[in-house]
Design a protein around this ligand. Structure first.
Ligand SMILES: [Zn+2]
Length: 396
């Protein structure tokens, strides 16, 4: 209703008048048994007929230039009711102006209010400050998920309940362009899995520095820009994998520098909540990691590095098995009383987790490496000529 077609007639008074008329035109909800035409959005009311419903008043529709563009072959545009049209006129107030338009839809709605707070107060400011209430401000983010995850952490750090704020909430991002030229419309619909949402909130709450280390690796090591710059411009592999239900364990540590990127606590939350590992399985793997550390720390530096490299480089199951045999031999040579693993444990570790993407032996390998780097970082990185971490974390 405040669209370019209004041109010179566009004033707060006219917009308000249009909205009131539209509001008054909202019809009763149809009886479920009624055979009348229905709104394609809510399915509950008769479509609005006083005006053609094209892209200028409802986003992502056709322009009206092509008559059969609309699903119901209605010459007057989309079959949309006054109720849905009215609501969509208010959408700019809660939308974020990134490279495209971002609408964050959340349920329950009280959480949605929190997510839209910034955009809403910005809209109020614009209204108070400027003569024409265009939404001029641009948040300068290209990727919707980068902006969204930053927002999740910002909110988590402000609300009293912390990361628990995001329990039982469902969120979908709609990221679109409602261009006027043909072909300039598109939309990405991004569902945010609740486990991922809670994990990122938890990360921001308990180990923000560690989390930034992990995310930064998702931009690759070649980019020497600050976290904030990267966040605004580039797609991030860690975020992508989380959204695609793919494993991010290898981002928790840095193989080159032989160090972990975060605290065990954060890794644990990820394993239990996102990968859905059982707690007893995780503590078992951690314990095996500690037994390996107890064994290989008895080696001199060069040997120690060599053994760890063997684990790092094992890309096949048999290589991974060989690593355990090797460690067992070291145990015997060094006279450590108990075996590394009983036969039953060995079998459990290598086979019974199956080849499920989230719970294969590779998960075990990643967790063991994390534990080894955590405990033996100083010795593993000693006398190596690696550069220190090449970036600083601003604002962490
Ligand atoms: Zn409707």
């Amino acid at each position: 209703m405040a669209n370019p077609s209004m041109a010179k007639k566009r004033s707060p008074e006219n917009i308000s008048k249009n909205l009131k008329e539209l509001y008054k035109a909202i019809p009763e909800v149809l009886d479920p048994s009624s055979k009348e035409r229905r709104c394609i959005i809510c399915g509950r009311r008769k479509p609005y007929e006083k005006e053609d419903v094209y892209r200028s008043i409802f986003p992502l529709l056709g322009t009206g230039g092509m008559l059969n563009f609309f699903p119901a072959a209605n010459l007057h545009g989309g079959d949309i009711c006054a109720h849905c049209l009215f609501l969509v006129q208010l959408m700019p107030v809660v939308a974020y102006n990134l490279s495209k338009v971002l609408v964050i839809h959340a349920y329950p709605y009280e959480k949605m209010l929190k997510l839209c707070e910034e955009s809403f107060s910005r809209a109020k400011e614009e209204f108070l400050l400027s003569k024409d209430n265009d939404f001029e401000y641009n948040l300068d983010f290209k990727k919707a998920e980068n902006f969204f995850f930053k927002k999740i952490i910002d909110i988590t750090r402000k609300v009293e309940t912390g990361s628990k704020f995001w329990k039982d909430i469902s969120i979908t991002l709609y990221y679109f362009i409602n261009g006027n030229k043909s072909g300039s419309q598109d939309i990405d619909i991004i569902h945010i899995p609740n486990s991922v949402l809670r994990f990122i909130a938890f990360a921001g709450e308990v180990d923000i520095k560690g989390w930034k280390n992990i995310v930064k690796r998702g931009w690759g090591t070649s980019k020497k820009k600050s976290f904030e710059e990267l966040e605004k411009k580039y797609s991030n592999e860690v975020y992508q994998r989380l959204l695609n239900d793919e494993n991010i364990l290898e981002f928790f540590y840095d193989k080159q520098e032989k160090k972990v990127n975060c605290k065990w606590n954060l890794l644990k939350f990820y394993c239990l909540e996102v990968l859905k590992l059982e707690e007893k399985v995780l503590s078992f793997i951690k314990e095996v990691g500690d037994r390996i550390v107890e064994t290989i720390e008895k080696l001199e530096d060069n040997k120690l590095k060599q053994v760890v490299r063997e684990l790092e480089n094992s890309t096949k199951l048999y290589q991974f098995e060989n690593f355990f045999v090797r460690v067992e031999k070291i145990r015997q040579q060094k006279g450590i009383p108990n075996p590394l693993l009983t036969f039953e444990e060995f079998a459990r570790l290598l086979t019974s987790y199956g080849e499920d993407i989230n719970m294969s032996w590779k998960v075990v390998k990643n967790l063991l490496l994390f534990r080894i780097y955590e405990k033996l970082h100083d010795r593993l990185s000693s006398s190596s000529e690696l550069e220190e971490d090449s970036f600083e974390y601003e604002g962490g």
